[in-house]
Design a protein around this ligand. Structure first.
Ligand code: MCA
Ligand code: AMP
Length: 511
């Protein structure tokens, strides 16, 4: 029994005996990294971080393009016993300023092209160390790490110690840092390794970003714990992915990736003949996509459900003996995960009835960073976590998500909080108020749409509002369309009826 509960130790213990085998291959076969490379590079970066003599629990905030070196940086942060804080590459100054101000990282790593503005924000917030890393192995992080020893003893951590903080809006309000421990992440990774029957010879196509649970934890931990090779895409490209399917066995994607794969005639049964498992999650997979994929590829997509605060919660079965994969459902609560559905009074409902989904288990996070009152609000008195998702469990145990009680839009697998966008819109000249909604979109699943009301005498226009938002917030949050209306529909209590707006605009993106 290893007494060091550092997640990195568990991942490294799973490395294969042959350290010169390929661990990660660039999708275009332009670079190959062995397991020894992973070990040595993470040791060097961890030694660099250790040389900074940071207090335990220090955060390392990272906003860089996807690269194998960026994954190594994540592993090195674990190895050094520090806390990893990934940031979406689309975030702009106001967003970065908020995260850095809230998390107070000791180290920030950013793309060289952003060093000017990000370092200004970081130094102002008291961060002492700002390094750069680009997607071609350039930047000060690797330059400095190159001078370090390639031997390092992983920092000793307890299971409860923090490994990562992921910012998410939870059910309400501004983005909050979900604190995940080494034990949270390891327990989920081990559960998925067994439930998804990872096996010798599995090869993963890694085509998701590495600043979210899906690409960073579910995909990477899965491959690493199984000593599986990853075929590494710095960006999703449907044609290029299909070209590599014959060399792989496992693929993970958000529904948009499946929609885009289906749009390619090259997606055929023959192209998928070597594949063992296609997994979807992060957003609802339409039954049409599930059916069309089965028809074209001969594979039944395994849909699963999770959250930043909890990692994975439910999954359709992998092995036939565990049951069939049912489209439109997210499968069973994973082994070790407690899941119940409750009514508004917090009482568990009967099977088949709809209510709020609550969960419990070793995967559930330690709370929101420096927000004990928010943390308390989102747990029941008997310590079940309220997901904000609305669903039902049928008599066989299959969970179906039917909606969300939180006002959240999921566009192409990215979460957008209407209140945040409304806040920016309401500050724009000429705008009196606004309502932001999600409507069906053929590519992104849901698309962000805004309805604004003009101030008296003002005539705000859609395109300039969209342009102004693009200069302030991450592009994926910017409404694809903005409408100017005389007023917003309200109920008797004065609350904006977003369902009325969603109904009005539901066919906006129909083909
Ligand atoms: C890009 N754009 C988007 C999105 N992505 N708009 C709305 N929603 C999006 N998701 C916009 C850009 O702003 C840009 O707009 C235009 O599309 C083209 O940008 P580009 O970067 O070229 O887009 P892309 O490369 O085609 O990206 C689409 C994508 C990407 C590959 C689907 O969004 C993606 O990788 N999504 C996966 C997200 C993910 O990993 N989620 C997991 C969360 P303009 O033309 O105006 O400039 S983890 C999670 O939710 C939980 C725990 C779970 O269960 O997994
Ligand atoms: P995040 O906290 O950003 O990771 O987003 C988590 C949210 O994504 C969940 O609370 C769900 O609303 C949603 N989600 C994840 N997986 C699925 C799925 N398979 N089906 C429907 N919604 C999902």
């Amino acid at each position: 029994m290893n007494s060091n509960a550092n997640l990195f130790v568990a991942l490294r213990d799973a490395f294969p005996a042959d350290l010169d085998a390929t661990a990660i291959e660039a999708a275009d076969a332009s670079a190959f990294y062995t397991w020894r490379d992973l070990d040595r590079a993470t040791a060097m970066i961890a030694n660099l971080l250790a040389s900074l003599e940071l207090p335990a629990g220090s955060r390392v905030a990272v906003q860089t393009e996807k690269s194998v070196e960026a994954l190594m940086l994540y592993l090195a942060v674990l190895r050094a016993g520090l806390v990893y804080l990934p940031l979406n590459t689309a975030y702009q100054a106001a967003e970065i300023e908020y995260f850095i101000g809230d998390a107070e990282p000791a180290v920030v790593v950013c793309a060289p092209k952003n060093f000017g503005w990000i370092s200004r924000i970081a130094f102002k917030a008291g961060t002492r160390n700002v390094f750069t890393l680009d997607d071609e192995r350039g930047g000060t992080l690797l330059q400095r790490a190159a001078q370090m020893s390639d031997v390092q003893a992983p920092a000793v951590r307890r299971g409860d110690d923090l490994a990562a903080i992921l910012y998410t809006s939870g059910t309400t309000g501004r983005s909050k840092g979900a604190m995940l421990s080494h034990a949270n992440l390891l327990s989920n990774a081990l559960t998925l390794k067994a439930y998804w029957r990872w096996q010798p010879g599995d090869v993963l196509i890694h085509a998701l970003p590495i600043f979210h649970v899906h690409g960073l934890f579910v995909a990477s931990h899965g491959a690493l714990l199984n000593a599986s090779k990853m075929i590494w895409f710095s960006k999703f490209d449907a044609r290029a992915v299909i070209a590599r399917l014959p060399d792989a066995t496992v693929f993970m994607g958000v529904p948009t990736l499946y929609v885009r794969l289906l749009a390619e005639p090259a997606l055929t049964r023959d192209a998928c003949r070597h594949m063992r498992l296609f997994i979807s999650g992060s957003a609802p997979l339409l039954i049409e996509t599930f059916d069309a994929f089965r028809e074209r590829s001969g594979h039944t997509i395994l849909e699963r459900y999770g959250m930043s605060e909890t990692s994975m919660l439910t999954s359709n079965p992998c092995a036939a003996e565990d049951g069939e994969r049912r489209g439109g459902t997210v499968g069973f609560a994973l082994p070790g995960v407690g899941l119940r559905v409750c009514d508004e009074q917090g009482r568990p409902v009967r099977s088949g009835e709809i209510g709020g989904i609550q969960v419990k288990g070793p995967n559930v996070f330690k709370g929101y960073w420096r927000r004990p009152e928010k943390t308390a609000e989102e747990f029941t008195p008997d310590l079940w976590f309220k997901t904000g998702d609305v669903g039902q469990v049928d008599a066989d145990g299959y969970v179906t998500i039917v909606g969300r009680s939180k006002d959240l839009i999921i566009s192409g697998g990215y979460n957008v909080y209407p209140a945040e966008i409304e806040g920016f819109l309401n500050e724009m000249p000429g705008v009196a108020e606004s309502a932001v909604i999600g409507v069906p979109h053929p590519d992104f699943g849901e698309a962000v749409v805004a309805v604004v009301v003009a101030r008296p005498g003002a005539t705000p226009e859609a395109d300039p509002l969209i342009e102004a938002l693009k200069a302030k917030i991450a592009n994926f949050k910017v409404p694809k369309r903005v409408f100017v209306a005389a007023e917003l529909p309200r109920n008797a209590m004065g609350k904006v009826q977003k369902n009325v707006l969603r109904e009005q605009h539901r066919a906006l993106f129909d083909a």
